[in-house]
Ligand binder design. Structure first.
Ligand SMILES: C[C@@]1(CC(=O)O)C2=NC(=C\c3[nH]c(c(CCC(=O)O)c3CC(=O)O)Cc3[nH]c(c(CC(=O)O)c3CCC(=O)O)/C=C3\N/C(=C\2)[C@@H](CCC(=O)O)[C@]3(C)CC(=O)O)/[C@H]1CCC(=O)O
Ligand SMILES: NC(=O)c1ccc[n+]([C@@H]2O[C@H](COP(=O)([O-])OP(=O)(O)OC[C@H]3O[C@@H](n4cnc5c(N)ncnc54)[C@H](O)[C@@H]3O)[C@@H](O)[C@H]2O)c1
Length: 396
């Protein structure tokens, strides 16, 4: 399984750190078997570099990094890619899209605003939605767009964007403008993920403005916080990149005529037990290299149908083979087999890691003198189903 690094911002606020870690745990629960490591741009250890190094040490040199960032600012465009560049070495690290205005997040954010609004009718409520503000104009423009999405989602009279830093209008000015337009019931929404300085500033500045405007009512909404919607979007961002790591061009289908040709099978486990009989059927001279073998393979060796070299794989085993199957339970051994085959221009299946071999095994059946072979995109169960459906059509 390809590990995931969730790249957050980091904060001095212990509550914010706890919320981030709670979100990480929610993502872990949705991705059983996947290593999920938290890392931060600043303030909270571990750094993104350290998190990525941990993740890569546990994988075969691949990882996905998801930036836990609402907007596409400097952290997304520069800091996180910089950290990845420093940590990745020769590893294959995919960098996912930032969170953006995913509809689930818009709905969750609007939910926080609705909770603060309480009994006020949305069509008579003005929202001032605070974002961080950024030197990247596009990120500020995205915040303006988000404000419009929240307005239409919640049916608010108006949602005015505001910024805490760098960009205008700032929060007091946006509140002044809303007030000047007649707003007297105002919810301040926060487009922030977790507790931290930005949240504290928002509460302080909203409170200070309220004190100066006793004839207006102001309610402040909570930040998004760890929630199912956020966890689900992180998982989607991971899955998009993880599936790309598996992506290859469609296979070129050929029928191998293996009669009297040497085929090397490394590893004598259940996968080999399934595939070796097919190779034998095709007339191949099968050579099995494996310290141990399951009973069906041992029996084939015993009766002289295949040759079994009862030991660990060595590079020289590849000499003379037309086709190779790397099917041990040790990824390092399979990698060595695939590398040796690649060097000899010999096609090689890698049973544990489809994308790193040079051939795939289709789901097959023989029917009335022809063969049916179905090859998908690395989802063997789907291929098996299609094969079985085809056999039905063929009346078998
Ligand atoms: C069709 C079939 C042909 C055959 O084997 O003869 C076949 N796999 C079958 C069964 C099967 N495969 C797996 C399970 C157990 C797990 C489960 O239950 O989900 C079972 C079921 C079982 O074992 O019962 C897991 C698995 N498979 C691959 C990976 C590695 C990866 O994806 O990276 C992993 C994860 C390993 C791990 O986690 O470590 C990879 C490949 N398997 C392929 C073919 C190639 C794609 C063909 C396509 O997509 O069309 C490809 C890409 C390359 C290759 O190996 O050639 C055969 C049906 C035979 C029949 O007819 O009965
Ligand atoms: N592609 C598929 O269809 C598919 C299906 C299930 C599992 N898998 C993957 O394929 C791998 C093999 O699965 P399995 O169920 O056959 O495993 P298994 O545990 O049944 O068998 C592994 C075999 O490899 C042998 N082996 C170990 N080290 C070796 C070495 N250095 N040299 C030679 N042989 C060695 C063992 O003796 C054993 O016979 C698994 O790791 C799994 O990830 C793939």
């Amino acid at each position: 399984m390809i590990p995931l690094v969730i790249a957050g911002h980091g904060t001095r606020d212990p509550a914010g750190v706890q919320e981030f870690l709670a979100l990480v745990d929610q993502v872990r629960a949705l991705l059983p078997g996947v290593t999920v490591e938290p890392g931060s741009v600043e303030l909270t250890p571990p750094s993104i570099e350290a998190a990525l190094e941990t993740a890569l040490a546990l994988s075969d040199g691949r990882a996905v990094v998801v930036p836990l960032m609402v907007g596409e600012g400097g952290h997304v465009l520069e800091d996180i890619p910089g950290a990845i560049g420093r940590a990745k070495g020769t590893a294959d690290v995919r960098y996912a899209r930032h969170l953006g205005a995913d509809p689930r997040l818009v709905a969750a954010l609007e939910g926080r605003i609705a909770a603060a609004r309480g009994d006020w009718a949305p069509e008579r409520t003005t929202v001032v939605l605070v974002g961080r503000g950024c030197s990247v104009t596009g990120a500020n423009a995205d915040h303006v767009r988000l404000s419009r999405l929240v307005q239409e989602h919640g049916g608010y009279e108006r949602v005015c964007p505001a910024f805490l830093q760098v960009a205008a209008p700032d929060l007091p000015r946006a509140l002044d403008e809303a007030y000047a337009m007649g707003a007297r019931r105002i919810v301040v929404g926060q487009n922030f993920l977790f507790s931290g300085r930005l949240r504290s500033w928002t509460f302080e500045r909203a409170e200070a403005w309220r004190a100066r405007h006793p004839d207006a009512e102001v309610r402040v909404a909570e930040v998004l916080g760890p929630c199912d919607e956020l966890a689900a979007v992180v998982v989607d961002r991971y899955r998009e990149e993880e599936s790309r790591l598996h992506e290859t061009s469609p296979a070129y289908l050929a029928g191998l005529l293996l009669m009297e040709r040497d085929v090397l099978v490394v590893g004598g486990g259940t996968v080999s037990a399934r595939r070796v009989p097919r190779l034998v059927e095709a007339g191949a001279r099968v050579r099995l290299v494996s310290p141990e073998a399951v009973a069906s393979l041992a029996a084939l060796a015993e009766e002289g149908t295949i040759r079994w070299q009862r030991r660990r794989f060595e590079d020289a085993d590849l000499d003379g083979a037309w086709y190779v199957l790397a099917q041990t339970d040790d990824p390092q051994v399979n990698a060595a087999v695939a590398a040796g085959a690649e060097a000899r221009h010999t096609f090689c299946v890698r049973a544990d890691d489809a994308g790193r071999g040079s051939a795939w095994t289709p789901a097959v059946a023989r029917a009335e003198g022809f063969s049916v072979a179905v090859l998908g995109t690395g989802s063997p169960h789907r291929s098996m189903k299609v094969r079985d459906a085809l056999l039905k059509v063929l009346g078998r």
